[in-house]
Design a protein around this ligand. Structure first.
Ligand code: FES
Ligand SMILES: [Fe+2]
Length: 452
């Protein structure tokens, strides 16, 4: 993929993007090289690995990885592929193990990745194999931001803090608001979608525009809405929404910035009893300690960290949704998703949060099914020879400046609806696909302490 061709296909300044990038197998292969082997990718939350030996699995691009807390307490990640002849050494999603014996011929690896033993070392190898050279292939860079563990295949990549940039300011809201720390529910969900991974990622980076049309039926149901401050809710009052475009292609959407969401939570909490009222006030107080702007923001609804990690954060009374749009070819993705809540949230809330997740953004949920239909049909109706000659349109708010008077909030603040976040997402995409360093913008705001 040369510089010229990707710039021809992704013409962000005109708000035009060729449909080829969602279909072409060569472009897809280049994405695995230039994006998934270069960017920081979300792997797991540390609450999933509390004890020595705990492990979970995931993918980085199309490479399967094993995330494993060693018996020494350290979390590492490895390519989940035996060094002998490539068999997947761990074939379950989660568990606890001191070691893994490869199911094919039995090479056995310790929790620090070392190759400990091979069957018939004396009789078959005559002792002639240097075990020290054949340990599991380790993901060279691993970093943790507030419990969110990311890996990077690129040894020379910049730090995770720099990669997240000013998105950290907003991530701090969900991390610091959590009483007892965030806790991912046991058991993730997984489902296949016949769609290109970017269609899903860009939907979550800033597509509030689809909500009224695509999810309209959900708002007519006599059920508690997932987003308590949604534009159709009886609480909506005079909510003003914004989109927030961030460094390095990240973005959050449907944010309120004047403290409206805490007021909605306060109203709902009263219906749930004094324990929940106290909980909401404690959440709010924790954010005020960060800054009044963090407290006024309170929640962002949905967003994507480039390239393929999306997070729902509706309120302190709703589930935190973690979604990975895992690429499986130009026309197929696997959704890997988890729900989380505060470890020390009142039980009544934890129960509600599970219900909300299942009812809405889970594989059987109303909203996820609406979205999946869009992701699949967009990809299918884009693959034909005639469709491939056309561009997608990202021209909404193309020439608009950021909203003024909101300098306390980092990033490019857009009116809602907007396609600014999608353009920023694809600008970063084009930079990486073109091979350039691009705008590796680094936010170094004084409120952000470095996290280990
Ligand atoms: S492939 Fe693992 S021991 Fe042969
Ligand atoms: Fe949606």
């Amino acid at each position: 993929m040369s510089d010229t061709s990707i710039q021809d296909l992704v013409r962000v300044d005109e708000g035009l993007i060729s449909r080829k990038i969602f279909v072409d197998p060569d472009i897809y292969r280049a994405e695995l090289e230039n994006i998934f082997a270069k960017c920081w990718l979300y792997l797991a939350h540390e609450s999933q690995l509390p004890n020595p030996g705990d492990y979970t699995t995931n993918y980085m691009g199309e490479d399967p990885v094993l995330i494993w807390r060693g018996m020494d307490g350290e979390i590492r990640a490895f390519l989940n592929s035996c060094r002998h002849r490539g068999m997947r050494i761990c074939r379950t999603d989660v568990g606890n193990a001191r070691q893994f014996a490869c199911p094919f011929h039995g090479w056995t690896y310790g929790s620090n990745g070392e190759l400990k033993t091979v069957p018939s070392f004396d009789d078959s190898y005559f002792g002639d194999l240097n075990l020290a050279e054949w340990g599991l292939h380790e993901v060279p860079r691993l970093a943790n931001y507030g419990g969110f563990i990311f890996g990077n295949w690129d040894e020379d990549a910049g730090s995770l803090d720099d990669y997240l940039g000013n998105a950290r300011w907003y991530l701090d809201v969900v991390i610091e608001r959590a009483i007892g720390g965030l806790e991912v529910f046991p058991g993730g969900q997984r489902y296949s979608v016949d769609g290109n991974w970017k269609i899903a990622s860009e939907n979550f980076v800033g597509d509030g525009y689809h909500i009224a049309q695509s999810h309209g039926s959900a708002f007519t149901l006599p059920a508690r809405p997932l987003n308590p401050a949604n534009p159709f809710s009886s609480y909506r009052g005079t909510l003003t929404y914004y989109d927030i475009g961030l460094d390095n292609g990240h973005g959050f959407s449907q944010a309120t910035l004047a403290g409206e969401r805490i007021e909605v939570d306060r109203m709902e909490a009263k219906e749930l009893g004094p324990e929940v009222v106290e909980y909401v006030e404690e959440c709010y107080a924790r954010l005020v300690k960060l800054s009044q702007a963090h407290a006024d923001f309170y929640a962002w609804t949905f967003g994507t960290l480039f390239p393929n990690f999306s997070i729902n954060n509706f309120s302190a009374l709703r589930p935190i949704g973690l979604m990975l749009w895992t690429p499986k070819g130009p026309g197929r993705l696997e959704v890997w998703q988890w729900g989380a809540t505060d470890k020390d949230a009142p039980k009544i809330l934890k129960d509600r949060v599970r219900q909300d997740l299942i009812r809405n953004q889970a594989s059987v949920g109303i909203l996820a099914q609406d979205d999946t239909e869009n992701f699949e049909q967009v990809t299918a109706s884009t693959a034909g020879v005639i469709a491939q000659r056309l561009d997608f349109n990202y021209q909404m708010t193309l020439d608009r400046k950021p909203v003024e008077g909101l300098d306390q909030f980092p990033g490019f603040i857009s009116t809602y609806n907007s396609e600014e976040n999608q353009r920023r997402y694809y600008r970063r995409y084009a930079e990486l696909m073109g091979g350039g360093e691009g705008a590796q913008q680094v936010y170094a705001g004084p409120k952000l302490a470095a996290r280990g």
